[in-house]
Structures are given as structure tokens and as C-alpha cells.
Design a protein around this ligand. Structure first.
Ligand code: APR
Length: 174
């Protein structure tokens, strides 16, 4: 069970946490949405590092430095492009959270950190058109069931609708 789960409404690039997660594409060379924002705020060195990673498959995750961002590291993961729910989209999205959490734990152990905080955007719910409520449930269930009890998780919603969905799903009423 992860340590603490919170929800924020805001811009993930502003967070001073250990790790922020990027909803990337297979090239890892940037794009629009949160990917565009992260690359813009991190600066050109991020793309240079990503260029050496040889891309990233759907559901997988890779870690880089964060350059001009306040956070320490960026984990890039590639969510599924939602078609009809019959092309393994749910499992691929689950894998994004599983693999990102595993990389975060590896980072924590390698750096002898007692506790870390990782921030996730609403992966695949923008350009990749994954239904928001279903994506939220997958995100919360997957993260809640992970065994990394020294990782705090922040779900960062950029849109009010996502924020409402996450708060309802987590029974946050205040
Ligand atoms: N901070 C936090 N969340 C953000 C930010 C931001 N600065 N900007 C956008 N978002 C939110 C969107 O509102 C959406 O809820 O991130 C979520 C994911 O949307 P996208 O960024 O469109 O990502 P995704 O749906 O996974 O599509 C990925 O889009 O940008 C390209 O290169 C990217 O090809 C890839 C595809």
C-alpha cells in the first residue's frame, strides 16, 4: 500500500517533488499537452537525453534528469491510444502506473531515500482519449495496490473535471 495519495488541481511542471511523470509518446521527443509543457519547462537538454533512450513502448517507462524543472527526475511513460476498449487499452494504462512506480522505487533505493513523492498526470485522457472516469479508477486502483509503502503519490489534474472525478473516486469531500 503506498504511503499517501493526494489530488491536486494544477500544472505538474511547477511541483517541487522527487519525480514527475510525463504522458509521452513512443518517440520520447516531446509533443503537446503535458509532454509539451514538461519539455518546454525542462529545456532542450531533456530532448537531448531522451534522444539517447531509443524511444519507449506503450505501457513502459523510462527515467531522465529534470534539468530546469524543480523536481529531481522525470519518468516518461507512454499510455494507450484509446480505440474501443477492446485493444488491451486498460492493461496498457495499468502498466504505465505499475512500471512508473517500479522505476520510482528503484530510484528511491538507489539514492537511499527514506521516502519520496511522485506526481502523475491523468495519463492518456487528453490526446489519447481514454475515458476519464475509467482512467482515474485504473490509476487509483493500480497505485493503491502497489506495495511501495515509502512512496507518496500525487495525482495532478489540469482540468476541473478530472479533479472532481479523482476527489469523488477517493471520497475526498473537504
Ligand atoms: N500539468 C498537468 N497535467 C497536464 C498539463 C500540465 N501542465 N498539461 C496537460 N495536462 C493534462 C491534460 O489535461 C490531460 O488530463 O494531462 C492529461 C493527459 O493529456 P495529454 O497531455 O494530451 O496526454 P495523453 O492523452 O497521454 O496523450 C499523449 O499527446 O502530447 C502528446 O506527445 C504526447 O503523443 C503524446 C500524447
Amino acid at each position: 500500500m503506498v504511503n499517501k495519495i493526494t489530488v491536486l488541481l494544477g500544472d505538474i511542471t511547477t511541483l517541487d517533488v522527487d519525480i514527475i511523470v510525463n504522458a509521452a509518446n513512443n518517440s520520447l521527443l516531446g509533443g503537446g499537452g503535458v509532454d509539451g509543457a514538461i519539455h518546454y519547462m525542462a529545456g532542450p537538454e531533456l530532448k537531448e537525453e531522451c534522444r539517447k533512450l531509443g524511444g519507449c513502448k506503450d505501457g513502459e517507462a523510462k527515467i531522465t534528469n529534470a534539468y530546469n524543472l524543480k523536481c529531481k527526475k522525470i519518468i516518461h511513460t507512454v499510455g494507450p491510444i484509446y480505440k474501443d476498449g477492446k485493444h488491451d487499452e486498460e492493461q496498457v494504462l495499468r502498466n504505465c502506473y505499475i512500471n512508473s512506480m517500479a522505476l520510482a522505487e528503484q530510484y528511491r533505493l538507489e539514492n537511499n531515500l527514506d521516502e519520496i513523492t511522485i506526481a502523475f498526470p491523468c495519463i492518456s485522457t487528453g490526446a489519447f482519449r481514454f475515458p476519464k472516469a475509467r482512467a482515474c479508477k485504473i490509476a487509483i486502483d493500480t497505485v493503491s495496490n502497489s506495495s511501495y509503502d515509502k512512496i507518496n503519490v500525487i495525482f495532478v489534474c489540469y482540468e476541473e473535471l478530472d479533479y472532481t472525478i479523482y476527489r469523488e473516486m477517493l471520497n475526498i469531500n473537504n
